[in-house]
Write a protein that binds this ligand. Structure first.
Ligand SMILES: Cc1ncc(COP(=O)(O)O)c(C=O)c1O
Length: 399
């Protein structure tokens, strides 16, 4: 009891590094904080859909029809045709036979990564007899999102971490594996690094070593690819070996997560994944709003075009202002600072002039690799971008 109080007091006195903002409006990307207008370079609301009038109208209709929550597991009476429509739409986005939705993206990774390695147990529980004794092994990029790492840890399966995007290291580890089911888990777009998984090379390895790929496309879905379907569309690859995971809380502007895969895997998860069957799902108004978001992503490509124009303007301006960028392929563009104190100082300096950029530090990245993580948005203006670059230049030269 006492130890916890001490820890609480210590955290309070060290809070500035992990301070939580309390704005009075949400970023589109402009928002109000302490009565002042700010612009966010840290929102996942990439296409500014979270407050789109179309999404609001669609959600309002569903709210009035269904109420605010379903209060029931889908297996036990909480199912709606609306959820099934959304799953069919998500499956189509990913070019898969079917999909399953979950209350959040984090829960999706936790639940699915745990369930995928318990299929043998499930089969036996349902009376399915097989002579094969399945063994499972995960192969995980060292910089995968925390929810993937936690899902693998909670699954209890053996797992190996390979060096970030290093296909030689991955191959060495696949070669040495005796597991009967091998699953490579990876971010599509790495959330703290902004780079993209080398998916075609990874798929080649998966084929050579008979492995599945579980791709968390939280930051690719709605953003990458000619029609915004994500990382697989960006590379033009598809394969029955790929299990797609995504969130509804970023480009789609809502809440929830999903997997899209072949029907037989969906069927196993529907019964064998407690994070699907033993909890409630997203409220109906959110499901309706996501369906609208999927339509908008297809019907309004100009939103994605503006996002990419802004991204290009930023990645052109930063080196011209003598800032070295480590990744420039996606709307997530980190500026690695290294020292935690300096990173916090720069973030605070930007905030003082109404610009919000997240200072990403341990445990999201290793100690000494802190960074300002810029996330570009379809509704940024050239003036917003020029202002953040010039302010940053001023802050660095003032150090
Ligand atoms: C790569 C990745 N996966 C999963 C998640 C979790 O998604 P959600 O916020 O929808 O729970 C995030 C969120 O930050 C993410 O960046």
């Amino acid at each position: 009891m006492h130890d916890l109080k001490d820890l609480g007091a210590w955290l309070q006195s060290n809070e500035p590094a992990h301070e939580m903002l309390t704005p009075s409006t949400l970023p589109d990307p402009c928002f109000t904080l302490d009565g002042r207008e700010h612009v966010s370079f840290s929102t996942n609301n990439y296409l500014a859909l979270a407050n789109s009038p179309r999404l609001i109208a669609r959600a309002r209709q569903a709210l009035e029809h269904y109420g605010v929550g379903n209060c029931e597991s889908r297996l036990l009476g909480g199912n709606l045709a609306l959820y099934e429509t959304l799953e069919a739409r998500l499956a189509a986005v990913k070019g898969k036979e079917s999909a399953l939705i979950f209350a959040t993206g984090y829960l999706t990774n936790l639940g699915v990564l745990t369930a995928l390695v318990r299929t043998g147990q499930l089969a036996r529980a349902f009376g399915y007899r097989t002579r094969t004794r399945w063994t499972h092994e995960y192969f995980s990029d060292e910089f995968n999102h925390v929810s993937i790492r936690e899902g693998i840890r909670v699954s209890g399966a053996t797992s190996l971490s390979y060096r970030h995007r290093d296909m030689n290291d991955l191959e060495r580890k696949l070669k040495a594996s005796n597991a009967s089911i091998r699953i490579i888990a990876t971010d599509g777009v790495f959330s703290q690094h902004g780079d993209i998984v080398p998916l075609p090379e990874m798929l080649e390895l998966a084929e050579r070593h008979d492995a599945f790929i579980y791709i968390d496309d939280a930051h690719g879905t709605g953003v990458l690819g000619p029609t915004g379907c994500g990382t697989t569309e960006y590379f033009g690859v598809s394969s029955p070996r790929i299990i797609h995971m995504g969130t509804l809380s970023k480009a789609y502007g809502c809440i929830g997560g999903f997997v899209a895969t072949d029907e037989h895997i969906t069927r196993i998860l529907r019964l064998g994944c407690p994070a699907f069957g033993f909890t409630s799902t997203l409220p109906p108004d959110q499901a309706a709003a996501v369906i609208e978001a999927i339509d908008i992503v297809r019907e309004e490509p100009e939103r994605r075009m503006r996002l990419w124009e802004n991204q290009r303007h930023f990645v052109d301006r930063m080196p011209a202002a003598s800032f070295d960028l480590t990744a420039t392929e996606t709307p997530i563009v980190p500026l690695v600072i290294g020292d935690e104190g300096e990173c916090a100082r720069l973030a605070a300096g930007l905030r003082a002039v109404g610009i919000h950029v997240d200072a990403i530090m341990f445990p999201a990245v290793p100690v000494g690799q802190s960074r300002l993580r810029f996330i570009m948005n379809a509704h940024h203006t050239v003036e917003h971008i020029d202002r953040v670059v010039e302010t940053l230049q001023g802050l660095v030269s003032f150090a």
